[in-house]
Design a protein around this ligand. Structure first.
Ligand code: SF4
Length: 499
């Protein structure tokens, strides 16, 4: 049971949360809880148990600063009470002032799960209805489908340029048999995660189950990479004026062939070539150029002044020139090494503002995440969409919901006597989970009372299940009524989604 391999498309359950903290660097949510304004009951009750870098989000909410929340749904079946956790998390963040995004991961459902487009359409509608019924504010929030979001696709393409196959192989175990659409769906998901920051960088939280952590880690890496301007095209417009040309010649003169290592040799070749050719016509890659600059510097010479272009296609040449001048006036970022040219976007943008140009960069902040526990199935084991008795669908007939709770496994003892004597095992009871995750709502006292009465032996499973079953029936009735009420709203969404 200590299988903690995190596979976003697998069915393994994460049985030992502690290992997640130790092996994957997920932090305990308790440690940030007090920085969260007005924490949701799922946070207070430890259902949300872990996070990655949630502090910036908590602080933004605290200070009424921009923040965002985004989560996606793969419409592979009916939305069930496990999905409700994520709906609640999105809606809560929205109510605390965050920009809220919910998306239908239709490309992923199609490529990773093999769902047909018709099946996806049908389920997508059900997810959105439940999300709206639970309180998602459509006017303030954003809903989209991956396949219909052009900006998202463009972003995915650019992110794809930052990731390579070996990386996806290491993270997801992709191999020679993996189809390309599946890989595309990964970069699309990366784009989803960064999408809320497209207009403006801001702390963004992705509420997910711990099995989705690999996606979050990759997105954080990519965000970091996209934070910087790129210099990979530096050679393309590298120009030397006559004085700089003399410097290179001087450098060349001073080299001692006895000390040549590979790096130096390459520099020599460049220097030789420079005697003849402007570097702009040379096929010199960024690494070589970097070596030349380093060697020149080591030789105690003034650095060559390369002209580079932004990786970002949206930056115009004029904007670039203006920015370079600004940066040059501020500090010689490229003194030693081409890599040193990767300056932080925030810094560049400040300079750009001074010279009134648009840098066109992204400047993503690494996205944050929070992790919730998986709900135990009503029949024990993991709650699974493919085992109807293990879960309660938000679309279940309320009476069926009642019956499923009545039939659920409990953490009760063999006999009533034993239960009175030793108390029930609430911590191992799927029915108690229902109380804690859903049926008690915001009422901590009620959840605590059920727990205390259970472990104290005052509560017996028959009555306890009866109460839970009734509450479940009420919840489903109410939820389904609300679904009917918000159906009209969805017509607007459909139009938006199809546009
Ligand atoms: Fe579960 Fe309730 Fe029985 Fe306790 S009394 S074990 S909470 S069903």
């Amino acid at each position: 049971a200590d299988d903690v391999a995190l596979d976003p498309w697998g069915s393994s359950s994460v049985s030992d949360y502690r290992k997640l903290f130790e092996e994957f660097g997920i932090e305990e949510f308790d440690e940030v809880l007090e920085e969260v304004p007005n924490p949701h009951y799922l946070m207070r009750r430890g259902v949300i148990f872990g996070h990655r870098d949630y502090r910036p989000v908590a602080r933004a909410l605290q200070n009424d600063e921009p923040a965002a929340v985004l989560s996606g749904f793969m419409p592979t079946g009916d939305p069930h009470i496990g999905h409700k956790l994520v709906f609640d998390e999105i809606i809560w963040h929205q109510q605390q002032g965050a920009d809220a995004y919910a998306l239908i991961a239709d490309l992923e459902a199609n490529s990773a799960r093999g769902m047909s487009w018709d099946e996806i359409d049908e389920h997508a509608r059900d997810y959105l209805l439940s999300l709206l019924a639970l309180g998602f504010d459509l006017e303030e929030g954003t809903l989209y489908r991956q396949s219909e979001n052009r900006e998202l696709q463009d972003l995915a393409f650019e992110l794809g340029a930052e990731a390579n196959f070996s990386e996806l192989q290491a993270i997801y175990g992709f191999d020679g048999e993996t189809d390309v659409s599946h890989m595309q769906s990964v970069v699309t998901q990366m784009a989803d995660i960064l999408y809320p920051q497209l207009e403006e960088p801001k702390p963004t939280v992705i509420p997910v189950g711990p099995d989705q952590d690999p996606h979050v880690r990759l997105a954080r890496d990519l965000a970091e990479r996209m934070r910087f301007f790129k210099v990979s095209e530096a050679y393309a417009s590298f120009e030397l004026d006559p004085a700089e040309r003399d410097l290179v010649a001087d450098f060349y003169e001073r080299l001692d062939p006895a000390e040549f290592d590979d790096d130096t040799l390459r520099c020599v070749h460049v220097a030789e070539a420079l005697e003849e050719t402007p570097l702009s016509d040379l096929a010199v890659d960024a690494d070589t150029l970097s070596s030349v600059l380093t060697k020149l510097n080591e030789a105690g010479m003034e650095p060559i002044r390369p002209r580079t272009r932004f990786f970002d296609r949206r930056a115009t040449d004029e904007a670039f020139d203006a920015l370079i001048d600004a940066i040059d006036g501020e500090k010689r970022v490229y003194e030693n090494h081409v890599d040193a040219f990767e300056i932080d976007l925030a810094e560049a943008e400040e300079l750009a503002r001074e010279v009134e140009v648009d840098t066109g960069g992204y400047g993503f902040q690494p996205p944050s995440s929070i992790y919730h526990r998986f709900m135990t199935g009503l029949t024990g084991g993991k709650m699974s969409s493919s085992i109807p008795a293990s879960h309660i669908s938000l679309l279940d007939d309320p009476q069926d919901g009642y019956d499923k709770v009545k039939a659920a496994t409990t953490g009760g003892r063999e006999t009533a006597e034993e239960q009175r004597e030793k108390g029930g095992k609430a911590d191992e009871c799927p029915v108690y989970e229902l109380y804690a995750y859903l049926l008690s709502g915001d009422d901590d006292e009620f959840a605590k009372r059920v727990y205390d009465e259970c472990v104290g032996g005052e509560r017996l499973c028959g009555d306890c299940k009866e109460q839970a079953a009734q509450l479940m029936r009420e919840f489903l009735e109410e939820h389904q009524e609300k679904r009917d009420e918000v159906e009209e709203l969805l017509e607007d969404v459909d139009i938006e989604l199809e546009s």
